[in-house]
Design a protein around this ligand. Structure first.
Ligand SMILES: Cc1cc2nc3c(=O)[nH]c(=O)nc-3n(C[C@H](O)[C@H](O)[C@H](O)COP(=O)(O)OP(=O)(O)OC[C@H]3O[C@@H](n4cnc5c(N)ncnc54)[C@H](O)[C@@H]3O)c2cc1C
Length: 397
């Protein structure tokens, strides 16, 4: 069988948020980027995400404005510029679920949170919502906590992926998911890669944005570093079983001592049913639970978080997924986005979807140091990749 030859200035491997963002930014500045995906676009962490464009407030509730909080604090503004068509990428087609998230707390943590949120550092990011202006579900006589509004949007990930795919779709290539990759190198620099001895792609720079898949790609390159850590999560999804009693739409972080932090976002399946997607401590602490144990735990959790609310009978599902991050000595969460360059190979993990623009800046800075944009033949008959199915349409069996 004859070899198919392609060339690009930059090859990016992995079409989650990171690969898509960098692919757009490079092509927009006339650096020819070719993005390879071995599954469906977004299928791994990106389509599992809650779509929150964090500004760091959630990470600051222990009362300390950590390094993580500071590095992420300008992300909501950066994304808002894109959502308004005035940023590096035009995201005007993205569905914004909410511009502001809610936050409340109960028991002894409530006063700690109140004093922290009233601090100067967070004043512009968090506001108290007056009783009269509260959403309906909080106007109940038994709701007695303070309710806060966080200046952080929540986006519909599927519409976001569509916006990122469309402009340079003809430069996104499907490759087989059990492809055997071989690399050819000259003077320590990778010149090209070959897939299953069938497809040969030459480029000046290579960016690995394959999330968890970066580990196997590094192995194929004979590299042991940078090391990666996996943080397994068991996310919960629920929907009402009764069409006449739907779940309220809510985007919130809730802090109570017994459960630490819980985050609930609302999404819509193909029949427009409202799905609550629940993460936070429960997702980290439920990995070994049976489905029955998990459902029982989740029902208790919701009763603890919203004791004043009469919820409909719920159907539950769980989604297990790993977060892929650069290895930390204490297995802690990395503070910010990560890139390490080994000659012309750049290994990247954003650690949070919200940090994709920040990571893209870093990657493009290193690429621009050593690239000569070249004319490449138009890519014809490139195997097309589909966008992954939304979680809401596949999690409930
Ligand atoms: C449950 C959950 C909820 C989250 N919620 C949020 C949130 O609300 N806000 C936030 O900021 N962050 C959130 N995150 C983090 C965020 O989702 C991730 O940091 C981000 O999506 C990582 O994107 P990525 O493109 O680096 O990786 P991924 O999305 O994992 O994409 C990697 C891609 O590479 C492909 N691939 C793998 N191997 C290969 C290969 N050999 N060849 C070609 N392609 C390959 C995969 O198929 C995949 O499409 C959440 C994460 C999880 C797990």
């Amino acid at each position: 069988m004859s070899m198919k030859n392609y060339s690009a200035d930059v090859v990016i491997i992995g079409a989650g948020i990171t690969g898509l963002w960098i692919h757009n930014c490079l092509n927009n500045i006339n650096i020819h980027s070719l993005l390879l995906e071995n599954n469906s676009i977004g299928n791994a962490q990106t389509l599992s995400s809650q779509g929150i464009i964090h500004g760091g407030t959630k990470y600051a509730i222990d009362g300390i404005l950590s390094k993580a909080t500071q590095s992420i604090s300008d992300m909501p503004a950066r994304w808002r510029a894109c959502l308004n068509g005035k940023g590096d990428i035009d995201l005007r087609g993205v569905r914004i679920f909410t511009n502001h998230q809610l936050m409340w707390s109960k028991d002894r943590l409530s006063s700690k949170m109140a004093s922290f949120f009233s601090s100067k550092a967070l004043h512009s990011r968090v506001q108290i919502i007056n009783e009269q202006l509260r959403p309906e579900m909080f106007r109940h006589i038994n709701y007695t906590s303070q309710l806060y509004r966080l200046n952080e949007p929540v986006l519909d990930i599927v519409s976001m992926i569509r916006c990122l795919v469309t402009p340079w779709q003809e430069r996104i290539m499907k490759i087989s998911n059990d492809s055997n990759i071989t690399w050819s190198q000259k003077k320590n620099k990778v010149q090209s890669l070959t897939l299953d001895r069938k497809i040969h792609i030459a480029a000046q720079q290579f960016v690995l944005t394959a999330g968890e898949g970066n580990e196997a790609l590094l192995t194929s390159l004979g590299m042991k570093k940078p090391a990666m850590q996996r943080r397994p999560l068991r996310m919960l999804l629920c929907k009402s079983t009764n069409k006449a009693q739907i779940l309220p739409i809510i985007y919130a972080h809730i802090l109570i001592s017994s459960w630490k932090l819980t985050t609930i976002t609302s999404h819509f399946d193909e029949n427009d049913n409202i799905i609550w997607y629940i993460g936070g401590s429960i997702a980290e602490l439920s990995i070994g639970d049976t489905p029955k144990q998990l459902t029982a735990k989740a029902e208790i959790l919701l009763n603890n978080l919203m004791p004043w609310l009469k919820l409909p009978t719920l159907k539950w599902a769980a989604h297990t997924v790993n977060r892929a991050e650069p290895k930390q000595s204490t297995f802690s969460r990395p503070d910010t986005s990560f890139i390490e360059s080994i000659d012309n190979i750049h290994i990247a993990w954003p650690t949070k979807l919200a940090l994709a623009p920040n990571l893209s800046d870093k990657v493009i800075t290193v690429i621009l140091r050593d690239i000569k944009p070249t004319e490449h033949e138009k890519l014809i008959n490139v195997p097309a990749v589909t966008i992954g199915k939304p979680l809401w349409d596949r999690a409930f069996k």
